[in-house]
Design a binder for this molecule. Sequence first.
Ligand code: DGY
Length: 312
Amino acid sequence: MSIRILSTTPLVGRHLHTLGENFPEMMIAPYRSIAWKMALASAEAMLVLLSEPLTEGDLELAPRLKVIGSYSVGVNHLPLALCRARGIQIVNTPSVLTDATADLALALLLGVTRRIAEGEALLRSGTWKGWAPDQLLGYGLTGKTCGILGAGPIGRAFARRVWALGMKPVFWDREGKHRPVDFGAGVARRLPLPALLPQSSVLSVHCPLTEETRGLLNRARLACLPHHAVLINTARGGILDESAAMERLHSGLLGGVGLDVYEGEPKLDPAWLRAPNTVLLPHLGSATVETREAMARILCDGVGKILASPPC
Ligand code: DGY
């Protein structure tokens, strides 16, 4: 059978199954397996995960490809220029993961500042001796400024959450425009990085990884943050210089780091495991049942529509 839809996984829920009822020429084969590579020859649609980068070489094996569906909002793992040149459409999953990702960024922020993992480890170790005035003291957030990199839906959703904690959100985004940002619960200033960084007691990353944002939080820019600032990244690993962040943690200049994403994930720089005041999660931003099902729905609907549309 000639394969029209090639997916690397069944996704969450029944949406891929339903798509397969309309397009029975579907195959699920592991990424880069022999079956997957062979099916590329006839595939008109490919569905991949954010952890499954596609190269120009992969696309050369897929001459009939019309659409790539990525089970993610981020599309930095796809050869976008080639897709544009060949007229291959991209379907991703924006909007439905906004709240889940912003929630997780907030969980990291509270986890770091209130030392939740350390407290739980103390309790589970069986060595807790009871309440003490200076035990596991963290830092409060009320009244502090939260710098948010990225004024898209996730950045704005995170702003609503920190605003509810009594923080003052300020934004930077790639457009660099100075228009204020309406984040739904209020309006916040949009600042250039040199103005935003020194006032950000908390800095949270919510912009996509692109050529402009790769390495954005480099050593020099991290040095502009106030002492004891807390850094949260639920966006993409390549935006942050991880070695520079670790050095500043060890020297006490950064107050804490909460990460859900890493450069080169799932490989993690082992030095992270020894870094103080860190909370490290395995890319769980969109990991709720509701969100992953909604992502599957958007993806399958989008791919199905493109396959069903007559050729132009
Ligand atoms: C995405 O979908 O790109 C996010 O990284 C999920 O956490």
